[in-house]
Design a protein around this ligand. Structure first.
Ligand code: C2E
Ligand code: MG
Ligand code: MG
Ligand code: MG
Length: 292
């Protein structure tokens, strides 16, 4: 944000603050109505197994289709939703909708797919989380083994003892726990070892400048080695180039997500994209001469 600069800086700052405050109030009012007006949508980003390129599931990512402002990204309203507590009902809707959609995809023959749902810190520390997950799974007749809950490293490490209690209960239901944005917070190895997590997602920031010999390549290699030793599934997020993909393959990353292989998409686009990608890879495979 712009800080006061020069002679008129102060006035500029004050004016923009008022505009922001007014804007925020409006957004909060809109947020309160968005659920009942059914303005939230989930987009799904495919996640691919590294060795064979098969789709293993999707991450559900929240979008707000605002009547006048257009499509709003989660980074532009989640913080406000957390501050106002609205993230709790919104998060309930997200979990229910993600399970409902994945149930449909399971019924269409993709039973091995898992759906990953992001949890905010506020939801994570909500007393009713365990009960919510249980009732949502039951309502959608959705198997616990098909659900991954993503919590960021900083959320999980904020109050480690409390996190352990919650995560143990969640893991006890049979769902998977993924530590999102890994590498941006700071984890004590001792605690990481005690967390009942099944997956680490390497933060996009380390993937961006990934190249042989770079600092980031040492960090990513170290995270992968760490994950291996703790028996965790390692996912790279934000894979945008063929080079990054090839290098992550060399490093032994288990799964990948990124614009290169698939952007977050509306559910109907998702199935089309997966079919097209599968056809392309079958054709590519059939072009490879045998015994090479
Ligand atoms: P995240 O969970 O780390 O999700 C990954 C973000 O990276 C997504 O942004 C995704 O669209 C984006 N991304 C994926 N591949 C690439 C790539 O190759 N390049 C680049 N530049 N970006 C890529 P998105 O959808 O805007 O979500 C941002 C954040 O908002 C998420 O980060 C997550 O923390 C939060 N969020 C999203 N949906 C929900 C939700 O339902 N509930 C909560 N509490 N938070 C959510
Ligand atoms: Mg995530
Ligand atoms: Mg992430
Ligand atoms: Mg993030």
């Amino acid at each position: 944000h712009t800080k006061s600069t020069g002679r008129n800086g102060y006035h500029f700052f004050e004016a923009s603050m008022n505009a922001n405050a007014h804007n925020q109030l409006q957004v909060i009012q809109d947020l309160r109505l968005a659920l009942e007006r059914k303005e939230f949508k989930l987009h799904y980003q495919p996640k691919f197994n590294t060795p064979n390129g098969i789709v293993v599931g999707a991450e559900a990512l929240l979008r707000w289709q605002h009547p006048t402002r257009g499509m709003i990204a989660p980074d532009d309203f989640i913080a406000l939703a957390e501050k106002t507590g609205l993230i709790v009902p919104i998060g309930e809707w997200v979990l229910d909708e993600a399970c409902r959609q994945m149930r449909i995809w399971h019924d269409e023959g993709n039973q091995h797919w898992k759906v990953a749902v992001n949890l905010s810190a506020v939801q994570f520390s909500n007393d009713h989380l365990i009960e919510l997950v249980q009732t949502t799974l039951a309502r959608n007749n959705f198997p616990a083994s098909g659900l991954i809950l993503e919590v960021t490293e900083s959320t999980a490490m904020h109050d480690v003892e409390a996190s352990l209690t919650i995560l143990d209960k969640l893991a006890g239901l049979g769902i998977d726990i993924s530590i999102d944005d890994f590498g941006t917070g700071y984890s004590s190895l001792l605690y990481l070892k005690r967390l009942p997590a099944t997956e680490l997602k390497i933060d996009r920031g380390f993937i961006r400048d990934l190249a042989q010999g770079s600092n980031d390549s040492s960090i990513v290699a170290a995270i992968i080695a760490l994950g291996r030793s703790l028996n965790l599934h390692i996912v790279a997020e934000g894979v945008e180039t063929e080079e990054q993909q090839a290098y992550l393959r060399v490093l032994g990353c288990d799964a990948m997500q990124g614009y290169l292989m698939g952007r977050p998409m509306a559910p109907d686009q998702f199935m089309d994209a997966i079919h097209t990608a599968a056809l392309a890879s079958e054709q590519a495979a059939s072009l490879v001469p045998p015994n090479t």
